[in-house]
Write a protein that binds this ligand. Structure first.
Ligand SMILES: [Cu+2]
Length: 132
């Protein structure tokens, strides 16, 4: 009887543990690919922050407001290689990012439905800003 109670407790703990693990895993992967908390609005301008991390720009997808001036800040932290070159074709932007620091990029107001892509110097490692 005692063994049954103990194994029930262990099984219950395993189920709770795996549910908690998958919940936190889902949460963290969601914040990598998509985040709204990297956009803030002050007055008639919105501010977007994108980080370079590993071989990616994060978040990969940003949802922003249409018809509004946009100040994009790209934060680099030990960034090197092709990713140190940022290209945003829609606004004819091409620049070498500093290894460490913040790079300010102005994006003019975009129509609803517009998507602006940022790519590395090789044309890979995309991020997008979706305006709606
Ligand atoms: Cu690259």
């Amino acid at each position: 009887m005692k063994n049954i109670i103990i194994s029930t407790i262990i099984a219950g703990a395993l189920i709770v543990g795996s549910v908690m693990f998958s919940y936190s895993y889902t949460n963290s992967s969601a914040s990598i690919t998509k985040a709204a908390d990297n956009v803030s609005i002050s007055g008639d301008e919105q501010f977007i922050t994108i980080n370079t991390k590993g071989s990616r720009f994060l978040p990969e997808i940003t949802i922003a407001q249409a018809n509004m001036k946009t100040a994009l800040t790209v934060i680099t932290d030990g960034t090197f290689g092709c990713k140190a070159t940022l290209v945003i074709p829609a606004i004819n932007y091409r620049n070498n990012l500093p290894p460490f620091g913040e790079t300010a990029i102005q994006i003019p107001p975009q129509q609803a439905g517009a998507v602006i892509y940022g790519v590395c110097g090789m044309g890979a490692h995309n991020f997008s800003i979706d305006f709606n």
